[in-house]
Design a protein around this ligand. Structure first.
Ligand SMILES: NC(=O)c1ccc[n+]([C@@H]2O[C@H](COP(=O)([O-])OP(=O)(O)OC[C@H]3O[C@@H](n4cnc5c(N)ncnc54)[C@H](O)[C@@H]3O)[C@@H](O)[C@H]2O)c1
Length: 319
Protein backbone atom coordinates (compact mmCIF):
# COMPACT_ATOMS: atom_id res chain seq x y z
CA UNK A 1 0.00 0.00 0.00
CA UNK A 2 1.45 3.29 -1.07
CA UNK A 3 -0.01 6.73 -0.41
CA UNK A 4 1.41 9.60 -2.46
CA UNK A 5 1.23 13.39 -2.66
CA UNK A 6 -1.37 13.74 0.08
CA UNK A 7 -1.50 16.13 3.00
CA UNK A 8 -1.85 14.03 6.13
CA UNK A 9 -2.15 15.00 9.79
CA UNK A 10 -1.15 12.48 12.45
CA UNK A 11 -2.52 13.33 15.90
CA UNK A 12 -0.30 11.82 18.58
CA UNK A 13 2.49 11.61 16.01
CA UNK A 14 5.23 11.68 18.67
CA UNK A 15 3.87 8.46 20.16
CA UNK A 16 4.71 4.89 19.24
CA UNK A 17 2.18 4.23 16.46
CA UNK A 18 1.96 7.87 15.34
CA UNK A 19 5.72 8.14 14.80
CA UNK A 20 5.77 4.90 12.78
CA UNK A 21 2.95 6.33 10.64
CA UNK A 22 4.73 9.67 10.23
CA UNK A 23 8.05 8.05 9.27
CA UNK A 24 6.35 5.95 6.60
CA UNK A 25 4.10 8.69 5.21
CA UNK A 26 6.62 11.52 5.06
CA UNK A 27 8.61 9.78 2.29
CA UNK A 28 5.95 10.69 -0.30
CA UNK A 29 3.42 12.95 1.43
CA UNK A 30 3.24 16.20 3.40
CA UNK A 31 2.91 15.27 7.06
CA UNK A 32 1.88 17.39 10.04
CA UNK A 33 2.04 16.03 13.58
CA UNK A 34 0.07 17.48 16.47
CA UNK A 35 1.12 16.25 19.90
CA UNK A 36 1.24 17.58 23.47
CA UNK A 37 4.01 15.11 24.47
CA UNK A 38 2.03 13.81 27.44
CA UNK A 39 3.08 10.22 26.69
CA UNK A 40 4.98 10.69 23.40
CA UNK A 41 8.75 11.05 23.07
CA UNK A 42 10.62 13.87 21.36
CA UNK A 43 13.19 11.29 20.20
CA UNK A 44 10.55 9.50 18.11
CA UNK A 45 10.19 12.38 15.64
CA UNK A 46 13.14 14.72 16.31
CA UNK A 47 15.00 13.57 13.20
CA UNK A 48 11.96 13.90 10.93
CA UNK A 49 11.21 17.41 12.21
CA UNK A 50 14.81 18.66 12.05
CA UNK A 51 15.18 17.37 8.46
CA UNK A 52 11.98 19.22 7.48
CA UNK A 53 10.17 15.96 6.68
CA UNK A 54 7.41 16.58 9.23
CA UNK A 55 5.78 19.81 10.44
CA UNK A 56 5.20 19.75 14.19
CA UNK A 57 2.37 21.57 15.97
CA UNK A 58 2.88 21.36 19.72
CA UNK A 59 -0.52 21.44 21.33
CA UNK A 60 -3.43 19.48 22.67
CA UNK A 61 -6.21 17.89 20.64
CA UNK A 62 -8.61 19.44 23.14
CA UNK A 63 -7.78 22.86 21.63
CA UNK A 64 -9.90 23.64 18.56
CA UNK A 65 -7.51 26.47 17.58
CA UNK A 66 -4.44 24.22 17.66
CA UNK A 67 -6.28 21.58 15.62
CA UNK A 68 -7.42 24.10 13.00
CA UNK A 69 -3.80 25.26 12.64
CA UNK A 70 -2.75 21.67 12.03
CA UNK A 71 -5.69 20.58 9.82
CA UNK A 72 -5.87 23.43 7.31
CA UNK A 73 -5.62 21.97 3.78
CA UNK A 74 -5.33 18.37 5.02
CA UNK A 75 -6.69 15.44 3.00
CA UNK A 76 -6.61 12.90 5.83
CA UNK A 77 -6.39 12.93 9.61
CA UNK A 78 -5.01 9.78 11.23
CA UNK A 79 -6.17 10.28 14.80
CA UNK A 80 -3.84 8.43 17.18
CA UNK A 81 -3.63 10.81 20.16
CA UNK A 82 -4.94 9.37 23.44
CA UNK A 83 -3.75 8.38 26.90
CA UNK A 84 -3.41 4.78 25.85
CA UNK A 85 -3.43 2.42 28.78
CA UNK A 86 -6.04 0.46 30.70
CA UNK A 87 -4.30 0.71 34.11
CA UNK A 88 -3.52 4.41 33.61
CA UNK A 89 -7.21 5.02 32.95
CA UNK A 90 -8.13 3.11 36.10
CA UNK A 91 -5.89 5.41 38.17
CA UNK A 92 -6.77 8.68 36.32
CA UNK A 93 -10.07 8.31 34.44
CA UNK A 94 -10.61 12.06 33.98
CA UNK A 95 -7.35 12.55 32.09
CA UNK A 96 -8.16 9.57 29.87
CA UNK A 97 -11.64 10.97 29.26
CA UNK A 98 -10.30 14.45 28.35
CA UNK A 99 -7.98 13.17 25.62
CA UNK A 100 -10.14 10.23 24.53
CA UNK A 101 -13.62 11.73 24.39
CA UNK A 102 -13.29 15.55 24.46
CA UNK A 103 -10.16 15.30 22.30
CA UNK A 104 -11.79 13.01 19.72
CA UNK A 105 -14.91 15.18 19.52
CA UNK A 106 -12.72 18.27 19.00
CA UNK A 107 -10.73 16.46 16.27
CA UNK A 108 -13.98 15.64 14.45
CA UNK A 109 -15.28 19.22 14.70
CA UNK A 110 -11.99 20.63 13.40
CA UNK A 111 -11.88 18.05 10.57
CA UNK A 112 -15.44 18.91 9.57
CA UNK A 113 -14.74 22.65 9.62
CA UNK A 114 -11.47 22.32 7.68
CA UNK A 115 -13.00 20.17 4.93
CA UNK A 116 -10.86 17.09 5.68
CA UNK A 117 -11.71 14.14 3.38
CA UNK A 118 -11.47 11.42 5.98
CA UNK A 119 -10.64 10.80 9.65
CA UNK A 120 -9.22 7.41 10.63
CA UNK A 121 -9.67 6.86 14.37
CA UNK A 122 -7.41 4.60 16.46
CA UNK A 123 -9.89 2.55 18.44
CA UNK A 124 -9.05 -0.54 20.45
CA UNK A 125 -9.87 -4.22 20.91
CA UNK A 126 -10.57 -3.31 24.55
CA UNK A 127 -14.07 -2.15 23.50
CA UNK A 128 -15.16 -5.82 23.33
CA UNK A 129 -14.51 -6.41 27.03
CA UNK A 130 -14.94 -9.78 28.71
CA UNK A 131 -17.39 -11.40 26.32
CA UNK A 132 -16.94 -15.16 25.80
CA UNK A 133 -16.90 -15.54 22.00
CA UNK A 134 -13.57 -15.65 20.16
CA UNK A 135 -12.30 -14.47 17.75
CA UNK A 136 -13.89 -11.03 18.05
CA UNK A 137 -15.99 -9.82 15.13
CA UNK A 138 -17.12 -6.23 14.68
CA UNK A 139 -20.83 -7.06 15.00
CA UNK A 140 -20.42 -8.62 18.46
CA UNK A 141 -21.67 -6.97 21.61
CA UNK A 142 -19.21 -4.53 23.25
CA UNK A 143 -18.94 -4.35 27.00
CA UNK A 144 -15.98 -2.08 27.93
CA UNK A 145 -14.36 -2.95 31.27
CA UNK A 146 -12.21 0.16 31.82
CA UNK A 147 -12.50 3.94 31.46
CA UNK A 148 -10.02 3.68 28.56
CA UNK A 149 -12.25 1.23 26.68
CA UNK A 150 -15.29 3.45 27.32
CA UNK A 151 -13.50 6.38 25.64
CA UNK A 152 -12.72 4.25 22.59
CA UNK A 153 -16.30 3.07 22.19
CA UNK A 154 -17.56 6.65 22.62
CA UNK A 155 -15.03 7.81 20.00
CA UNK A 156 -16.34 5.21 17.53
CA UNK A 157 -19.91 6.44 18.10
CA UNK A 158 -18.84 10.05 17.60
CA UNK A 159 -17.15 9.06 14.33
CA UNK A 160 -20.31 7.32 13.05
CA UNK A 161 -22.52 10.24 14.11
CA UNK A 162 -20.25 12.75 12.32
CA UNK A 163 -20.47 10.63 9.17
CA UNK A 164 -24.26 10.41 9.41
CA UNK A 165 -25.00 14.02 10.40
CA UNK A 166 -22.24 16.04 8.76
CA UNK A 167 -21.11 13.72 5.96
CA UNK A 168 -17.53 13.61 7.33
CA UNK A 169 -16.04 10.26 6.26
CA UNK A 170 -14.66 8.29 9.19
CA UNK A 171 -13.27 4.82 9.82
CA UNK A 172 -12.52 3.40 13.26
CA UNK A 173 -9.79 0.77 13.49
CA UNK A 174 -9.86 -1.53 16.51
CA UNK A 175 -6.17 -2.25 17.04
CA UNK A 176 -5.23 -5.44 18.89
CA UNK A 177 -2.07 -5.21 21.10
CA UNK A 178 0.32 -3.37 18.83
CA UNK A 179 4.10 -3.72 19.25
CA UNK A 180 7.23 -2.71 17.37
CA UNK A 181 10.05 -0.17 17.10
CA UNK A 182 9.62 3.13 18.99
CA UNK A 183 7.42 1.67 21.72
CA UNK A 184 8.37 2.96 25.15
CA UNK A 185 9.53 0.22 27.58
CA UNK A 186 10.17 2.61 30.46
CA UNK A 187 6.88 3.82 31.91
CA UNK A 188 5.21 1.92 34.72
CA UNK A 189 2.37 1.43 32.21
CA UNK A 190 4.63 -0.02 29.51
CA UNK A 191 2.99 -2.57 27.22
CA UNK A 192 3.99 -6.20 27.59
CA UNK A 193 6.18 -6.63 24.47
CA UNK A 194 8.61 -3.72 25.08
CA UNK A 195 8.66 -4.59 28.78
CA UNK A 196 9.64 -8.23 28.08
CA UNK A 197 12.27 -7.22 25.51
CA UNK A 198 13.77 -4.69 27.93
CA UNK A 199 13.87 -7.31 30.71
CA UNK A 200 15.39 -9.94 28.40
CA UNK A 201 18.16 -7.56 27.28
CA UNK A 202 18.94 -6.65 30.92
CA UNK A 203 18.75 -10.27 32.14
CA UNK A 204 15.83 -9.41 34.45
CA UNK A 205 12.73 -11.51 35.18
CA UNK A 206 9.64 -10.91 33.00
CA UNK A 207 6.75 -9.55 35.10
CA UNK A 208 3.49 -11.40 34.34
CA UNK A 209 0.17 -10.17 35.74
CA UNK A 210 -1.95 -13.25 36.51
CA UNK A 211 -1.14 -16.84 35.46
CA UNK A 212 0.36 -16.05 32.03
CA UNK A 213 -2.29 -18.09 30.22
CA UNK A 214 -4.28 -14.99 29.29
CA UNK A 215 -4.01 -14.50 25.54
CA UNK A 216 -3.60 -11.58 23.17
CA UNK A 217 -3.53 -11.01 19.43
CA UNK A 218 -0.16 -9.30 19.00
CA UNK A 219 0.00 -7.03 15.95
CA UNK A 220 3.20 -5.68 14.41
CA UNK A 221 3.13 -1.90 13.98
CA UNK A 222 3.91 -2.05 10.24
CA UNK A 223 0.65 -3.95 9.75
CA UNK A 224 -1.16 -1.20 11.67
CA UNK A 225 0.47 1.47 9.48
CA UNK A 226 -0.73 -0.37 6.34
CA UNK A 227 -4.22 -0.71 7.82
CA UNK A 228 -4.39 3.07 8.36
CA UNK A 229 -3.33 3.88 4.80
CA UNK A 230 -5.82 1.39 3.37
CA UNK A 231 -8.62 2.80 5.53
CA UNK A 232 -7.79 6.42 4.58
CA UNK A 233 -7.89 5.71 0.85
CA UNK A 234 -10.89 3.39 0.88
CA UNK A 235 -14.55 4.43 0.60
CA UNK A 236 -15.42 2.17 3.53
CA UNK A 237 -16.64 3.79 6.73
CA UNK A 238 -17.44 2.14 10.05
CA UNK A 239 -15.53 -0.15 12.39
CA UNK A 240 -12.76 -2.64 11.49
CA UNK A 241 -10.54 -4.99 13.48
CA UNK A 242 -6.82 -4.61 12.77
CA UNK A 243 -4.99 -7.57 14.30
CA UNK A 244 -2.26 -10.11 13.70
CA UNK A 245 -5.02 -12.74 13.44
CA UNK A 246 -3.38 -15.24 15.87
CA UNK A 247 -3.88 -15.80 19.56
CA UNK A 248 -0.81 -16.09 21.80
CA UNK A 249 -0.67 -16.71 25.56
CA UNK A 250 1.48 -14.21 27.47
CA UNK A 251 3.73 -17.02 28.66
CA UNK A 252 4.30 -18.09 25.02
CA UNK A 253 5.18 -14.49 24.18
CA UNK A 254 7.77 -14.56 26.98
CA UNK A 255 9.26 -17.73 25.46
CA UNK A 256 9.40 -16.20 21.95
CA UNK A 257 11.07 -13.01 23.24
CA UNK A 258 13.66 -14.94 25.25
CA UNK A 259 14.43 -17.17 22.22
CA UNK A 260 14.85 -14.21 19.86
CA UNK A 261 17.02 -12.28 22.36
CA UNK A 262 18.91 -15.45 23.28
CA UNK A 263 18.40 -14.89 27.00
CA UNK A 264 17.17 -17.29 29.65
CA UNK A 265 13.55 -17.02 30.74
CA UNK A 266 12.88 -15.92 34.31
CA UNK A 267 9.34 -14.94 35.24
CA UNK A 268 7.86 -13.15 38.24
CA UNK A 269 4.10 -13.60 38.68
CA UNK A 270 2.13 -10.57 39.94
CA UNK A 271 -1.58 -10.21 40.80
CA UNK A 272 -3.91 -9.71 37.79
CA UNK A 273 -4.73 -6.06 36.99
CA UNK A 274 -8.26 -4.65 37.20
CA UNK A 275 -9.75 -3.77 33.80
CA UNK A 276 -7.61 -6.30 31.86
CA UNK A 277 -9.55 -8.82 29.78
CA UNK A 278 -8.66 -12.53 29.82
CA UNK A 279 -8.52 -13.25 26.09
CA UNK A 280 -8.40 -11.19 22.92
CA UNK A 281 -8.21 -12.35 19.31
CA UNK A 282 -9.20 -10.55 16.09
CA UNK A 283 -11.24 -11.85 13.21
CA UNK A 284 -9.87 -9.63 10.42
CA UNK A 285 -12.09 -10.93 7.62
CA UNK A 286 -14.18 -7.73 7.43
CA UNK A 287 -11.01 -5.62 7.01
CA UNK A 288 -9.80 -8.04 4.34
CA UNK A 289 -13.07 -7.85 2.42
CA UNK A 290 -13.63 -4.06 2.55
CA UNK A 291 -10.11 -2.61 2.92
CA UNK A 292 -7.96 -5.37 1.43
CA UNK A 293 -6.10 -5.62 4.76
CA UNK A 294 -4.31 -8.78 5.83
CA UNK A 295 -1.58 -8.96 8.48
CA UNK A 296 1.78 -9.66 6.86
CA UNK A 297 4.00 -10.28 9.90
CA UNK A 298 4.20 -13.39 12.08
CA UNK A 299 4.90 -12.84 15.78
CA UNK A 300 8.46 -14.13 15.43
CA UNK A 301 9.21 -11.83 12.45
CA UNK A 302 7.79 -8.81 14.26
CA UNK A 303 9.59 -9.59 17.52
CA UNK A 304 12.86 -10.07 15.63
CA UNK A 305 12.59 -6.61 13.96
CA UNK A 306 11.61 -5.06 17.29
CA UNK A 307 14.53 -6.63 19.17
CA UNK A 308 16.92 -5.39 16.46
CA UNK A 309 15.62 -1.85 17.00
CA UNK A 310 15.96 -2.11 20.79
CA UNK A 311 19.54 -3.36 20.50
CA UNK A 312 20.46 -0.49 18.14
CA UNK A 313 18.84 2.13 20.38
CA UNK A 314 20.54 0.77 23.49
CA UNK A 315 23.91 0.96 21.70
CA UNK A 316 23.33 4.60 20.81
CA UNK A 317 22.02 5.15 24.37
CA UNK A 318 18.74 6.69 23.23
CA UNK A 319 16.73 4.11 25.13
N1 LIG B 1 -0.35 0.34 21.39
C1 LIG B 1 -1.41 -0.46 21.36
O1 LIG B 1 -1.31 -1.67 21.58
C2 LIG B 1 -2.77 0.09 21.05
C3 LIG B 1 -3.85 -0.81 21.01
C4 LIG B 1 -5.12 -0.31 20.74
C5 LIG B 1 -5.29 1.05 20.48
N2 LIG B 1 -4.23 1.89 20.55
C6 LIG B 1 -4.45 3.32 20.29
O2 LIG B 1 -3.52 3.76 19.33
C7 LIG B 1 -3.20 5.12 19.56
C8 LIG B 1 -1.68 5.29 19.65
O3 LIG B 1 -1.21 4.52 20.76
P1 LIG B 1 0.33 4.38 21.10
O4 LIG B 1 0.55 3.01 21.60
O5 LIG B 1 1.14 4.90 19.99
O6 LIG B 1 0.45 5.35 22.35
P2 LIG B 1 1.48 6.54 22.67
O7 LIG B 1 1.23 6.94 24.09
O8 LIG B 1 2.85 6.16 22.30
O9 LIG B 1 0.94 7.68 21.70
C9 LIG B 1 -0.11 8.54 22.01
C10 LIG B 1 0.32 9.94 21.64
O10 LIG B 1 -0.76 10.84 21.88
C11 LIG B 1 -0.24 12.01 22.49
N3 LIG B 1 -1.31 12.67 23.23
C12 LIG B 1 -1.97 12.23 24.34
N4 LIG B 1 -2.90 13.13 24.73
C13 LIG B 1 -2.82 14.15 23.84
C14 LIG B 1 -3.51 15.39 23.70
N5 LIG B 1 -4.48 15.74 24.55
N6 LIG B 1 -3.17 16.21 22.68
C15 LIG B 1 -2.17 15.88 21.80
N7 LIG B 1 -1.50 14.72 21.89
C16 LIG B 1 -1.81 13.87 22.89
C17 LIG B 1 0.87 11.52 23.38
O11 LIG B 1 1.79 12.52 23.77
C18 LIG B 1 1.50 10.44 22.49
O12 LIG B 1 2.49 10.98 21.66
C19 LIG B 1 -3.92 5.52 20.84
O13 LIG B 1 -5.13 6.14 20.49
C20 LIG B 1 -4.20 4.19 21.50
O14 LIG B 1 -5.31 4.25 22.36
C21 LIG B 1 -2.97 1.45 20.83
Amino acid sequence: MNMKDKRVVVTGGAGFIGSNLSADLCRENEVTVIDDFSTGRDGNIKNLVSRGKVRLVKGSITSLDALKTAFRGADYVLHQAAIPSVPRSVSDPIKTNDAGITGTLTVLVAARDCGVRKVVFASSSSVYGETPELPKRENMECRPMSPYAVTKLAGEHYCRVFTEIYGLETTSLRYFNVYGPMQDPKSEYAAVVPKFIDCALKGEAFPIFGDGLQSRDFTFVKDVVRGNLMAAESDATGVYNIGGGKRTAVIELAKTVSEVVGSGMKVVYLPPRPGDVRDSWADTSKAKKDLGFEPAYSLRQGITETVEWFVKERKSKTL
